[in-house]
Design a protein around this ligand. Structure first.
Ligand code: NAG
Ligand code: NAG
Length: 305
């Protein structure tokens, strides 16, 4: 009887001890939670790489295995590294490409002329091998293990192509959607970038110039876009209308109270006084008028004579 009741306890204790030791052994060598390990932390750098293209046709370049060749975004002089975005960090980023080489100039011509898109991509989750240090020297992103999911980041670069130079609309918006926290924390779901002021604000470049890119980076916690349109001519919200209504009501109440409590009694009093002095006032008035009139007439007559 005692043996039977003791046995489950012994088994449970032994099993628990086994799992605890297993867990410690595993955590000493590799992470228990792979999901956690491969999620971006707030502010973690996200490398941007773009399709390499031939400068004569703008065709994308593939490697020996037939895979598209992605190369790091050109180096920004501000950081000394290829362009990086930071998970969940909304800010304006300047990325100045110091020297537009001949090949890059020709590629920019393709982008601005819409012969080929500026096709870039970012890893959906941190790259296991080079999550913290993205090596700019690694020309091909083949170091990324197979199965690393990338999110396309097409940069719609606006501008005007001229025979000797290009006007590039260098102010860009960068929009990034994270996956909902409940579904996949620290994961990127979608991204896009596009020139703004494409018709009015350009920087003129020739080979050898620098190209200052001004990026406005915004993050969204889901794939849904917030509604941003509140109509032209300012911000008229329901709360504003409610506030206006309340103010108008309060003002009306104060006016009524003032009129009935102060102004009306005062008017009644002065009206009473006026009535009381009414006959006298009339008499004086009549008298005064008579005098003045008489004088005037007399003077007038005297003058005319
Ligand atoms: C980016 O460059 C512009 C023009 O030089 C400057 O006004 C702005 O402050 C810079 N922004 C950042 C975030 O460095
Ligand atoms: C891009 O492709 C061109 C043409 O094949 C090549 O010369 C160049 O080295 C490539 N760029 C990088 C960064 O690998």
């Amino acid at each position: 009887m005692r043996r039977f009741s003791l046995f489950p306890w012994l088994a449970f204790t032994a099993l628990a001890a086994f799992y605890v030791s297993l867990a410690t052994a595993v955590s000493g060598q590799e992470p228990l939670n792979i999901q956690e390990k491969t999620a971006y932390k707030l502010g973690q750098a996200i490398p941007v790489s773009c399709l390499n293209r031939t400068i004569d046709t703008g065709e994308h370049i593939t490697n020996a295995q037939g895979e598209l060749q992605y190369i790091p975004f050109p180096t920004c002089s501000e950081t000394g590294r290829p362009l990086e975005l930071y998970f969940g960090v909304e800010k304006d980023v300047n990325c100045t490409i110091d020297f537009i080489t001949d090949p890059l100039f020709h590629l920019l011509e393709f982008y601005v002329h819409n012969d080929a898109p500026l096709t870039c991509r970012i890893p959906s989750r941190p790259l296991p091998s080079s999550s913290s240090t993205f090596s700019p020297s690694a020309a091909v992103d083949a170091s990324a293990p197979a199965g690393t999911a990338y999110i396309p980041l097409i940069i719609a670069l606006g501008g005007i192509l001229q025979s000797s130079h290009i006007h590039v609309a260098n102010n860009l918006n960068v929009l990034l959607h994270a996956a909902p926290l409940a579904l996949a924390p620290g994961t990127i779901e979608a991204a896009t970038a596009y020139s703004v002021h494409t018709l009015t604000q350009h920087t003129r470049i020739v080979i050898g110039d620098s190209l200052p890119l001004r990026l406005s980076v915004r993050w969204y916690p889901t794939t849904a876009l917030p509604s941003g349109w509140t109509g032209y001519g300012g911000h008229l919200y329901l709360s504003t209308l409610f506030y206006c209504g309340c103010s108008a009501g309060a003002a009306t109440l104060i006016c009524i109270a003032y009129f009935r409590g102060v102004e009306l009694p005062r008017r009644l009093r002065s009206y009473g006084k006026e009535r009381a002095f009414g006959s006298e006032g009339g008499r004086y008035g009549g008298y005064g008028y008579g005098v003045a009139n008489g004088n005037g007439n007399g003077y007038g007559i005297g003058k005319r004579d």
